[in-house]
Design a protein around this ligand. Structure first.
Ligand code: IMP
Length: 426
């Protein structure tokens, strides 16, 4: 992963999120000095299992579970402070010391209760099936140049004035949306007064910290949240999140130049899942979908919603490899397929009877494509104890070879279970 020439790596999801980035980053973080989150917010849910303990991290990079690693929440993240502190408290209760190891960009925008009220009241959010964490409204405020940033807390009077304006505006919008909910200005002021003393000691010029670390050849892992097909530019718009989940977003959201990045690892499940609404071309028929969901534990880490499940979609991953500039793939959850006698792979689509090898821009067209499947023999043997490629059944190796060929990026890691040690480095 890291060597003399490769010191700054991005890890991104290359499907619709939930690919197992949390585990990958946790494993890779052992060799990193810094781990950085650069977009999204508490809509993400990175699950890491250590021994018998399961950690679900939403905003803090999963690198925090390694004592020598410094973690940064970059300017591209929309930060929900209360959730951050709950997450920190839960880590402390479980014996993880974070003192001096977590920094938050002073340019990061805050997600406040009024953002969540707006997300919940919005008909559009319902239609998209958002996580309800106020992510869309917070990014709207950021780009509308009316956001409140971490640095604003340094001047309480200024923060109060900003809040008064924003809460008033939120209430007007709530009224327009015919919601009976209203945001309370005093509650918001008290919230910020309470949070500021804990948040400000963590605030830093994160881009500068990173710049210095990269100059000193320290090893940096930039951890994406969600997945390429949820990217606001490249995803299945409008069924997307509100940030750039693809590797380009890493430079912007961490505050470094793109030339600082040496490689991009795309994480993919050995099959496909999606939460929220929008097309999922390779969604499997009910019995297979249920089986994948049960075996893979496919329920949302943030909302608990059952994930929609289907076969590996090579058109999606080929596209993700292109828009992210993937230099490698990590295939996760291979073990979930262990008991299937046959496994389908969608190699390309047909649209109106014509071959379609590239992702269409219109979500309506993606809803109409028919995947072209090829059938692979299953291996029907447990793979959870494999630690080298050679330990895998030959049918599983052929399956991986085919995913690599169809995706156009080399497989570098294969995960065969939830535990840290259940990983193959290729
Ligand atoms: P939002 O990010 O809450 O606005 O939700 C927009 C869309 O992105 C919805 O379809 C969500 O289900 C999806 N989404 C957001 N975060 C994640 C994630 O971490 N994993 C998978 N889907 C996500």
């Amino acid at each position: 992963m890291f060597d003399a020439k490769t010191t700054c790596m991005v890890v991104v999801g290359a499907q619709w999120g939930d690919e197992g980035k949390g585990k990958l980053v946790d494993v890779l973080a052992e060799r990193a000095d810094l781990v950085v989150r650069y977009q999204g917010g508490a809509n993400a849910g990175h699950t890491v299992v250590i021994g018998d303990t399961q950690f679900i991290l939403r905003q803090i990079p999963s690198g925090i579970l390694h004592s020598g690693v410094t973690c940064i929440i970059g300017n591209g993240v929309v930060l929900e402070p209360e959730n951050l502190f709950a997450e920190l408290d839960s880590l402390h209760q479980r014996g993880i010391d974070t003192a001096g190891r977590l920094f938050i960009s002073d340019r990061a925008h805050l997600v406040l209760p009024y953002h969540k009220l707006l997300d919940a009241a919005s008909e559009k959010s319902q239609k998209l099936g958002t996580t309800g964490r106020g992510i869309g409204p917070a990014y709207e405020d950021k780009y509308g140049r009316r956001g409140i940033r971490v640095t604003d807390l340094r001047r309480v009077e200024c923060a109060r004035m900003l809040l008064s304006d924003r809460v008033h505006r939120a209430n007007q919008l709530l009224q327009l949306m015919e919601s009976t909910e209203r945001a309370d200005l005093d509650e918001h002021v008290r919230l910020l007064e309470r949070l500021a003393p804990r948040l400000l000691p963590l605030a830093a010029d994160a881009g500068l910290l990173l710049h210095r670390a990269i100059k000193d050849r320290r090893r940096v892992l930039l951890e994406g949240a969600q997945g390429a097909l949820l990217d606001v530019d490249h995803g299945t718009y409008p069924y997307v999140t509100s940030s750039n989940t693809t590797a380009g977003g890493a430079a912007v959201g961490a505050g470094i130049g793109p030339t600082a990045i040496d490689g991009v690892l795309g994480v993919v499940k050995a099959y496909t899942t999606r939460v929220g609404n929008g097309p999922l071309p390779t969604e499997a028929p009910a019995p297979y979908e249920q089986r994948l969901r049960e075996l893979g534990g496919e329920f949302g880490a943030v909302t608990g919603r059952p994930r929609r499940c289907g076969w590996f979609d090579a058109t999606v991953v080929r596209y993700a490899a292109r828009v992210n500039g993937l230099t490698g793939l990590a295939v996760t959850k291979l073990d979930v397929l262990d008991s299937f006698p046959e496994i389908q792979v969608g190699t390309m689509y047909r649209l109106g009877g014509e071959p379609c090898e590239e992702m269409p821009a219109e979500v309506e067209a993606l809803g109409r494509v028919e995947p072209v499947y090829e059938t692979h023999a299953g291996w029907q043997r447990p793979t959870g104890t494999a630690r080298r490629l050679a330990d895998l059944p030959s049918a599983a190796r052929s399956y991986l070879d085919r995913l690599q060929e169809l995706s156009g990026a080399p497989v570098r890691y294969v995960s065969v279970g939830t535990r840290r040690d259940q990983i193959i480095e290729v």
